[in-house]
Design a protein around this ligand. Structure first.
Ligand code: ZN
Ligand code: MN
Length: 252
């Protein structure tokens, strides 16, 4: 039993790994959200979990928590919106409380350092709140916690963006279900991608405001915000290599 995944360990081995508080807990957080007709609902979960496991294997001093699969509500301009069948999201307060509770539960086992790897843009500020409140709560009990919060795409350099998008980059905002996520999924879970169903569309354009209730006519029918058709497993490998390398180096 040599897994870096906590859920695959027995409790005695886990206890012995973490009891001195020097092991870092890597927590993937994602979402269940449509990513077009060509891909499964869970890239936002599987991608940060994959990165977390590779980073932990390199470090030798990290363990990976079971991912939080449900994320905050998909927004029209970043995830296509919350009205697609299959997109299954929770409120901001549920996500915040859930992440907060999970951090404090791991703290009870002796853990003091956390790296939260986010795979769904909309989660960001609720995870900030969870981390901030967990640190303050621990401090009142005389315990110093450190929580690193990151979204994996922030580790992708301009050089890699240039390689992945040789015809020009339309920006991260419209990458939902596009070349970035599809390429990574082709690399790590090709069985969950069917490129014959990929819809080739120009990048979505949105007005500079949001409206509630959200208007489905703003979103391309396929649910992706740009075209996945130029995605390849090789591009996915370039992106992953860079993210894993940089995250491992920064936090080991
Ligand atoms: Zn996504
Ligand atoms: Mn998402």
């Amino acid at each position: 039993m040599n897994s870096v995944k906590i859920a695959e360990m027995d409790w005695v081995s886990y206890r012995d790994r973490v009891k001195h508080g020097r092991c870092k807990i890597v927590m993937p957080v994602g979402a269940i959200e449509q990513h077009g007709p060509h891909m499964s609902l869970n890239p936002d979960v599987l991608i940060p979990e994959h990165i977390a496991c590779r980073v932990a294997e390199r470090s030798g001093n990290m363990l990976v928590a079971p991912p939080i699969a449900y994320g905050y509500k998909s927004q029209v301009k970043s995830g296509g919106g919350n009205f697609f069948p299959g997109t299954t999201c929770v409120s901001g307060r549920s996500l915040e409380e859930y992440a907060y509770d999970v951090i404090l539960a791991f703290m009870e086992h002796g853990n003091r350092e956390f790296i939260v790897i986010n795979g769904h843009y909309e989660n960001s500020m609720f995870l900030v709140e969870a981390a901030d409140r967990a640190v303050k709560h621990a401090r009142l009990a005389g315990i110093e916690l450190k929580v690193v919060l990151l979204s994996y795409w922030d580790f992708i350099s301009e050089a890699t963006v240039g390689k992945v998008f040789p015809e020009g980059f339309s920006g991260w905002a419209v990458e939902h279900g596009g070349v970035l996520e599809t390429s990574i999924m082709l690399k790590i879970h090709p069985e969950l991608v069917d490129m014959s169903r990929a819809v080739d569309i120009p990048p979505a354009e949105f007005p500079p405001y949001d409206v509630f209730p959200p208007d489905p006519s703003w979103v391309p029918e396929s649910g992706t915000l740009s075209s996945p058709s130029k995605a390849t497993a090789e591009k996915g490998e370039w992106i992953l290599d860079e993210c894993i390398e940089k995250i491992a180096k920064t936090f080991s």
